[in-house]
Write a new protein. Structure first.
Lengths: 526, 643
């Protein structure tokens, strides 16, 4: 591995883009933003190409920052980090392309619903790139203090993206988002300080993840600190009952912002649970398992029921994520290879599927001028390609086999069942509820007779997806199908990471009840 | 190879050979229709002019390969008729490995021939039937997708791949029921079918989870070889969970309510998916899992109960429907009930379940396509009260339909006679109550099918004005003729007990069991019962003119049957309404309860409402400062601790 600071470069590219976009102004903002985000993706691909699945944390860069407190500028990437980095780097150019306000096509722009705050403007692009840089830093930081700072810093671009672009009422939604996240951040701050105390007591203080993972924290202190980390991550993810910012935010923000929030930023919650809760507090994580699993199960069912009851398309999609994050947390806390790998895959697949669904819903809303499900209907006849893409994204959300989301959901369900049959039985009701919220939504928005008022083919509602719109979501749909049949690229990154984590936690998989004798032709064949 | 013995007979295990010769092409059987679907659905309007030919060529190609494989299997020794092909590793995590693995054995090959054979005929028929539909290309794309998924279902060597096909056919069924999406009834029926099937999928998902926990694998090979070691409780649970899955896909009580609504789809769909192939997947699942059910007698009893209840349930519904497709759908439900009942009888019934599945595939596809031909001539009217005397206007449709009719009622010599008779016989020995119900069901079948026949083809014209019935074009009638011939001749599969012997390497060999009465006498009784049903129908619908409007003043039994025995009302009252209340309750709670709680907490922290508002405004502008002060606090604290 070369000494080239790949990871720092990966952070600096979008940061430079964010600084440059306001300078070039509105005319070139989108083009510059797209180029910088694609270069970032290129760096991500270069890292992935040089990554060795079995080597653990790599591309490490460690420099002392505040040596008195053991704070470092330390970056590194492991299997989990690599997948999250790639997910982020893939989604940002897609968001920029999908939010493109194309004057030639005469699109009103999503934000035009209240005549203000359009996605695709210079401000939107700049904040998006800033958010990308900070999110990448979160996934790459291997120093807890550095992690905390960038974790908090992501809120600044996120706040401005929510508050600046979207529908009426977005300011209130942004404040609500901020207050929730800030509360989580303050709790986390307590935990970060506590870690220093423990670390300092045992010699030289260090915030390096590798040092903290080998620290003997002690049962009580470990459990207290675990709770502070877990609460912060539960708000971020989100998990019941600290989820209520989610629906308001996704309803008011632009679909592009929602993709960044739900598909990237929220992953920090489950990412943090894996890396910090299980990594630094393995004993406390297992101690808390029953409560966490209960919260996860409630989230799965409660989120799905909430989604069924929504009339706002974007609010509905936001709430499906509450159910999905329940699955991810469940997979993490059943402590098995299948559960852990399932959770990591779920984080990636949810990102792909939900991003497609948000963006396509945005396309549909732009055409109909409303996000109310009851006011839509009959869109399939007007725009069959949009409807078809929407259906594929919806099927991914309900975990249809053949799409990548199925693989992860199935792994989580079987390992939940292995943990306890009752847990698996509750979780599996999620697949029925998901079918209801997706297909009922599709039925009410896309099928049925087309309203007479929309019969004129010159209306925007009759224009099927443009080449740009397809180009933005096609990579997502293609990935959902490809990884559904061939998830090996994801598994190759996730399996060694989860294997290391499980042995760090000290858990081995339960063997099956029956081990069949290999006999007959089967033996000859192999 | 027989690995273990249970209850006096041996249970075969799945133990396939590696691929060689034509079997290295088995992946193509699935890949051809899958490629067809991809080209037609992604190709867009460019493929409009020739899409239906491509779509038809694909299943024909799969059929050719399947025939080739059958010939190869026929030339092999009985113990070497099971072949598997590993395509790639699908999901490998820890010690749990699932491959994209295919299996062709005597059971699978019969399904391959049914799916690709009947499927090809239905594709040909659809060229004519859908010729006026502007979205015909898309229709063929969906049909190809269905065929590929159905082939995956029966060819997978493990339960996860089977589930992939299982959900794939569910998706295709959803797309095709809702093909005419602009009709709200079609869109609702499509969603209903998918959601009810998802309830069944709970069973499938948890069964797969149990396979993982119990055997660490989903492979038929591994599970069948280890099943003897598993606990009784686990096996019974797996059996019941698989049965739940089968109930959904095969429209068995209590998950039957979607099938009648599914008739919203174009008629070739009803013939292919909702009669001949997909709805029989539950029977395949139970037969394929014989190594589980043979060891789980309680689960087998449940299978018998479900099959028996459904065969009567569907038959009663079939008696009261005036919609020709819904009458046939009730009949399908009932006939699959026979198959499920037979599969529940274990080794005595598996072969007959599959035998009846094949003959039913022939005669029911024949009759559904015949019904489509009638609708084609009657301007898409499905109400049999508007039919009558069509035998002269549509002679080919009439003649071919009559072959299907004679087959389903079990007229001696026709295919259904052989297959149904043996199910009744086996049921009477193994489970007398079920056997008597099956016998009764045969009489009811005779009644409702005769009613349908008389109302459609005989009696007076009751046509609405401006309807000019005409025979369908030959692209539609030739497939009808082929299926009619199969309906007549399907019984040849039973010559010399061929199908029983053929399937025995998969399902086992049944020990001799003594009939309470001579077999010939039993056959005679069955024929008499059927004849009685036919006679009653003739008295009510043949001798007397049929009213052109539905009589309102009828007995409660007929009212119940018209309402699908209140299946929808039960679902509505027990599931949908409570679900709606629960959903709105949760939404309300989330707004006032969960959110209120958190908001309230925030207010307290901030010092009540006024303070909160100030805090919000202030915070927003100086947020960066807050983060900075946070960092400052850390540094100060660290300094304090250090000192």
């Amino acid at each position: 591995m070369s000494d080239f600071p790949w990871l720092t470069v990966m952070l600096l590219v979008p940061l430079a883009g964010a600084a440059l976009v306001p300078v070039v102004g509105a005319a070139l903002a989108r083009q510059v933003g797209l180029v910088f985000s694609l270069v970032t993706l290129g760096v991500g691909v270069a890292v992935a190409a040089q990554y060795h699945a079995s080597d653990g944390m790599q591309f490490t860069e460690t420099y002392d920052w505040i040596s008195a407190f053991g704070v470092h500028y330390a970056l590194g990437v492991d299997g989990l980090g690599l997948l999250m980095v790639l997910l982020t780097a893939v989604l940002v150019p897609i968001v920029i392309a999908a939010s493109w306000k194309d004057a030639d096509e005469g699109e009103a722009g999503y934000g035009a619903l209240d005549g203000n705050g359009q996605g695709g403007s210079a401000g939107f692009i700049a904040w998006t790139l800033a958010l990308e840089a900070l999110s990448l830093a979160v996934f790459l930081a291997t120093d807890v203090f550095l992690f905390y700072i960038v974790f908090e810093a992501t809120l600044i671009p996120a706040y401005f993206l929510i508050g600046g672009f979207g529908r009426a009422g977005r300011s209130a939604a942004a404040v609500k988002f901020l207050l929730f996240q800030l509360a989580g951040g303050l709790v986390l701050l307590g935990g970060v300080i506590g870690l220093y105390v423990v670390s300092a007591q045992q010699g030289a203080p260090s915030y390096l993840l590798s040092d903290l993972m080998s620290l003997d924290i002690g049962t009580t202190a470990g459990r207290v600190l675990f709770v502070t980390f877990f609460v912060a991550f539960a708000i971020k993810a989100p998990l019941f009952p600290v989820h209520t910012w989610l629906a308001d935010t996704t309803e008011k923000a632009t679909p592009g912002t929602s993709v960044l929030l739900v598909c990237v930023l929220d992953k920090i919650g489950t990412f943090g649970m894996l890396r910090f809760c299980l990594g630094i507090f393995p004993e406390a994580s297992q101690w808390a398992t029953p409560v966490v699993i209960a919260l996860a199960l409630v989230s799965i069912v409660y989120g799905a029921l909430l989604a069924i009851g929504q009339d706002d398309l974007l609010r509905l999609i936001g709430l499906t994520s509450l159910s999905h994050f329940g699955f991810i947390v469940l997979g993490i806390f059943v402590f098995s290879s299948q559960g852990g790998t399932g959770a990591v895959l779920y984080m990636v697949n949810h990102g792909l599927g939900t991003a497609a669904l948000f963006l396509l819903a945005g396309y549909a809303i732009k055409r109909r001028g409303t996000a109310s499900i009851a006011a839509m209907g009959g869109q399939e006849k007007l725009t069959p390609v949009l409807a078809g893409l929407m259906l594929v994204a919806g099927l991914a959300t309900l975990g249809l086999p053949g799409l990548s989301t199925f693989v992860s959901e199935f792994l989580v369900i079987i390992s939940a069942f292995q943990y306890h049959w009752f847990v698996g039985a509750v979780a599996v009701t999620g697949i029925v509820l998901a079918a209801i919220y997706v297909l009922w939504m599709y039925q009410r928005t896309m099928t049925g007779p087309t309203p007479e008022a929309l019969a004129d083919p010159a209306l925007p509602s009759s224009r099927d997806v443009s080449v740009r719109e397809i180009a933005a979501v096609a990579p997502l749909v293609a990935a959902l199908v490809f990884l559904g049949f061939y998830p090996t690229p994801l598994l190759d990154a996730a399996n060694p990471y989860i294997g290391d984590l499980m042995s760090h936690v000290g858990v081995t998989d339960a063997p099956p009840d029956v081990t069949a004798p290999a006999a007959g032709h089967a033996e000859e064949a192999h | 190879m027989f690995l273990f013995t249970e209850g006096g007979h041996s249970i075969p295990v799945v133990d396939p050979l590696g691929t060689a010769g034509v079997f290295s092409l088995m992946w193509l059987v699935i890949a051809l229709p899958l490629a067809g679907a991809a080209v037609l659905l992604l190709g867009g309007r460019r493929t409009d002019s020739w899409g239906h030919y491509l779509g038809t060529a694909m299943p024909i190609g799969s059929f050719a390969i399947s025939v080739y494989m059958l010939l190869d299997l026929l030339g092999r020794d009985e113990t070497e008729r099971s072949v598997s092909q590993h395509l790639w590793d699908w999901v490998s995590v820890g010690d749990f490995r699932v491959g994209m693995d295919l299996l062709v054995d005597p059971l699978t090959i019969l399904f391959l021939l049914l799916i690709t054979g009947v499927g090809s005929l239905i594709h040909v028929y659809s060229i004519g039937y859908m010729s006026h539909d502007p979205r015909r290309r898309r229709f063929f794309g969906y049909l190809n997708l269905f065929v590929a998924a159905m082939l995956m279902l029966v060819m997978s060597e493990n339960y996860l791949g089977l589930f992939l096909g299982w959900e794939g056919v569910g998706l295709a069924s959803y797309l095709l029921i809702g093909f005419w999406q602009h009709k709200p009834s079609a869109a609702a029926a499509a969603k209903k079918a998918f959601v009810i099937n998802r309830v069944g999928d709970i069973g499938m998902s948890l069964a797969i989870a149990m396979f993982f926990v119990t055997f660490g694998s989903t492979s038929f090979t591994v599970i069948s070889q280890g099943a003897g070691e598993a606990g009784d409780g686990a096996l019974t649970a797996i059996g019941l969970l698989l049965l739940l899955g089968a109930c959904g896909k095969s429209a068995q009580v209590p998950l039957q309510a979607w099938l009648l609504d599914a008739m919203e789809g174009p008629t070739p769909v009803s013939a292919l998916i909702h009669a001949a192939t997909m709805v029989t997947a539950g029977v395949y699942l139970i037969t394929r899992s014989n190594f589980i059910f043979e060891l789980a007698p309680h689960a087998q009893t449940a299978v018998v109960v479900v099959g028996t209840v459904t065969l009567l349930w569907g038959a009663v519904i079939g008696c009261a429907k005036d919609d020709i497709k819904k009458a046939l759908a009730g009949s399908t439900m009932s006939q699959i009930g026979y198959m499920v009942l037979a599969a529940g009888l274990g080794v005595y019934g598996y072969a007959f379940a599959i035998f009846h599945l094949l003959t039913h595939g022939f005669f029911k596809a024949n009759m559904f396509l015949g019904a489509g031909s009638v609708m084609h001539g009657m301007d898409d009217d499905v109400d049999m009260r508007h039919y009558g005397a069509l035998r002269k206007a549509m002679p080919v449709t009439f003649a071919t339909f009559a072959m299907g009719y004679l087959a389903i009622i079990g007229f001696p010599g026709f295919s259904g006679f052989w297959s149904k008779d043996h199910i009744i016989e086996a049921a009477l020995v193994e489970s007398p109550i079920a056997g008597v119900c099956a016998l009764l069901g045969a009489g009811v079948t005779g009644f409702y099918m005769t009613r349908l026949m008389l109302m459609t083809f005989f009696g007076e014209k009751r046509w609405l004005k401006d309807v000019h019935p005409h025979e369908s074009p030959s692209v539609m009638t030739v497939p009808l003729m082929v299926l009619a011939a199969l309906s007549v001749l399907g019984g040849v599969l039973f010559i010399g007990h061929w199908i029983v012997d053929w399937l025995s390497p998969v399902v086992g060999e049944a020990p001799e069991h003594a009939l309470p009465i001579p077999a010939l006498a039993l056959t005679a009784i069955t024929v008499v019962v059927v004849a009685a049903g036919v006679a009653v129908a003739w008295l009510l619908f043949g001798r007397r003119p049929v009213p052109a409007t539905m009589p309102i003043d009828v007995s409660p039994v007929i009212k119940a049957a018209r309402a699908d025995l209140y299946g929808d009302a039960i679902n509505e009252g027990l599931v949908v309404q409570p679900g709606r209340v629960l959903t709105s309750g949760v939404v309300g709670f989330d707004h006032s309860g969960a959110d209120g709680l958190v908001r309230g907490g925030a207010s307290v922290v901030a010092g009540a409402g006024q303070g909160l508002r100030k805090l919000q405004n202030g915070f927003v502008r100086s947020y960066a400062l807050s983060v900075l002060s946070g960092v400052l606090i850390v540094i100060v604290t660290l300094a304090v601790v250090n000192l």
